[in-house]
Design a protein around this ligand. Structure first.
Ligand code: PGA
Length: 246
């Protein structure tokens, strides 16, 4: 059985002190969970100095080009040089506030592969789409455009299903809802000749709901925002995920 993958998305939060606390709190969790901390880039050199084997770090975004006149941006190559193993790509906050289209998301995922980073690509539907019973149509469209932009058979692709209505709201998808979408995503990828390495669920994951989510057969891990900003809480969440992994 592989350990569940727990990705912490700090967003534009956190500090060196939090990173030190998280590193310390996770010492006891080693081996039972696979942890990736998606940090603001400013904290990556400390991550490199501090984090033990089994805890990796990621960026929350990359630019799709290797270098150039793009003020304020970081390339996937730069992120890889800072020792990161993964990058989140296409988070709904990037799609909404920075107008990232599915095509741009595909270019960014490609840049990750080029630089040797594992992309964690987010897909998810709005509340309106869920109410209109368009969830599957929306997430499959996002996935199809992504896959069309990737080299056939690209491996190590991670998808995070994050319903927009569940992010930061405290209203997580039920395990059954998430399981149904994960199964559809896996199936869709398979029909296009891709194998999804892992499918994560994100959106109001907490210490007390992670176990039920992780008991579902197609939930390989979770992407955690707000609940990753407390070292003790995040450590407890990791322990609960490990205890009930399917
Ligand atoms: P949340 O955020 O856990 O605070 O809902 C998840 C995310 O945006 O990745």
């Amino acid at each position: 059985m592989t350990a569940p993958l727990i990705v912490a998305n700090w967003k534009m939060n956190g500090s060196e002190a939090l990173l030190r606390d998280v590193a310390e709190a996770l010492v006891d969790r080693q081996g039972s969970v696979d942890v990736v901390l998606a940090l603001p880039a400013i904290h990556m050199s400390l991550a490199r100095a501090l984090l033990q084997d089994g805890i990796r770090w990621a960026s929350q975004d990359v630019h799709w080009l290797e270098s150039g006149a793009y003020t304020g941006e970081l390339s996937a190559e730069m992120i890889a040089q800072m020792g990161a193993s993964h990058s989140i790509v296409g988070h709904s906050e990037r799609r909404e506030y920075f107008a990232e289209s599915d095509e741009i998301v595909a270019k960014k995922a490609n840049a990750c592969f080029r630089a040797g980073l594992i992309p964690i690509v987010c897909v998810g539907e709005s509340r309106e789409a869920r109410q209109a019973e368009r969830t599957e149509a929306v997430v499959c469209e996002q996935l199809e455009v992504l896959l069309a932009g990737l080299p056939q058979g690209a491996e190590r692709l991670i998808i995070a299903y994050e319903p927009i209505w569940a992010i930061g709201t405290g209203a997580e998808a039920t395990p059954e809802m998430a399981q149904a979408v994960h199964a559809v995503l896996r199936d869709t990828a398979q029909k296009r000749g891709f194998r999804l390495d892992k499918v994560l669920y994100g959106g109001s994951v907490k210490e007390d709901n992670v176990a039920a989510l992780m008991s579902m057969p197609d939930i390989d891990g979770v992407l955690v925002g707000g609940a990753s900003l407390s070292a003790q809480g995040f450590s407890a969440l990791c322990a609960n995920a490990a205890a009930t992994h399917n």
